[in-house]
Design a protein around this ligand. Sequence first.
Ligand SMILES: Nc1ncnc2c1ncn2[C@@H]1O[C@H](COP(=O)(O)OP(=O)(O)OP(=O)(O)O)[C@@H](O)[C@H]1O
Ligand SMILES: [Mg+2]
Length: 359
Amino acid sequence: MTEIILKNIFKSYDKTEVIHGVDLKVESGKFLVLVGPSGCGKSTLLRIIAGLERITSGEILIEGKEVSNIPASERGLAMVFQSYALYPHMSVFKNMAFSLENLKVDKKTIQEKVNSAAKLLQIEEYLQRKPKALSGGQRQRVAIGRAIVRDPKAFLFDEPLSNLDAELRVTMRKELSALHEKIGGTMIYVTHDQVEAMTLADQIVVLNEGYVAQTGAPLDLYNNPKDTFVAGFIGSPKMNFMNIKSIKKGNEIILNSECFSIKWQEDIEADQDYTLGVRPEYIYICEKQDSDFEVTVDYSEQLGSETYFYCNTVGISQLIVHQTGQYKVSKGDKLFLRLDRSSMHLFGTNGKSIKKNKT
Ligand SMILES: Nc1ncnc2c1ncn2[C@@H]1O[C@H](COP(=O)(O)OP(=O)(O)OP(=O)(O)O)[C@@H](O)[C@H]1O
Ligand SMILES: [Mg+2]
């Protein structure tokens, strides 16, 4: 079982610093997912752990041992990339056996390890084929198999499913989750995909421009984002943000926007500017008398089981509403909306979360 710890990691390419003091801890056997916008440093961090990039400063501990100066081949980790990087001229068996042959492992052990990994990944019948005779999903399984046979201390995945079609991604996602349960190894997984992050992770680390924005369990990040960056990044489609001002009315605090006034239950300062955040799934279509405000529909996306409305109103150029079920709505139609009181987030002008509404 392998614990991986990064302490105050800095990384520069020439004079440009791209990782600015990252601390991170992956507990043994846990599945950690790294997410963040393109260019925020996810792959760099993974390559640093693998030993494929040198750090500028900081410490990398694997099983408590500092490995910053230990080459990739001696760290005992296995990395699986988006492009499968299989050897085209070798059979599937050979692709999986190759690293063990290099380590001079005996033939019988290699046979056993490859066969057992192939069985786990359900690719036994393809062992004699060349990679080009496999589908994308099958190739990615071979790449994962190649990692498994080495009994690595931990698995590092860099967007391994992003080349696969939607259906195959779902299948492979479930298989990866099952694989993690079966072999119980420490896994660090980079992805752009919200669903992969939410479903696979024990812990998600959100990176923003080379900094850790927030770390936590998936639902913890969804329910309690620290700031507008994490709030806007976790969840799809993203959280709606609205500019509001707090007004004191008797003993109550009212949040005022150009188009609505809502009571706020927490004790906050009056006469301040705030950003109110409400996720698309916590805005409901209702009758006028129950509504907070009225919007005009710009367009809607009908997915059959659910519908997304893109709307505008006074002071809000785009508000996204997510409803389950089907709605007959056209561009220009008016809708009355109510914001779910228990799921409203309030952020200060610095973007930091103030508090969630109580009721
Ligand atoms: N070899 C390199 N030389 C110089 N700059 C680099 C190098 N590799 C990465 N970078 C820069 O470091 C930053 C982080 O890159 P990285 O590949 O880690 O991003 P990422 O989060 O994996 O992005 P994506 O989601 O697009 O894969 C980027 O600004 C990138 O341009
Ligand atoms: Mg990357």
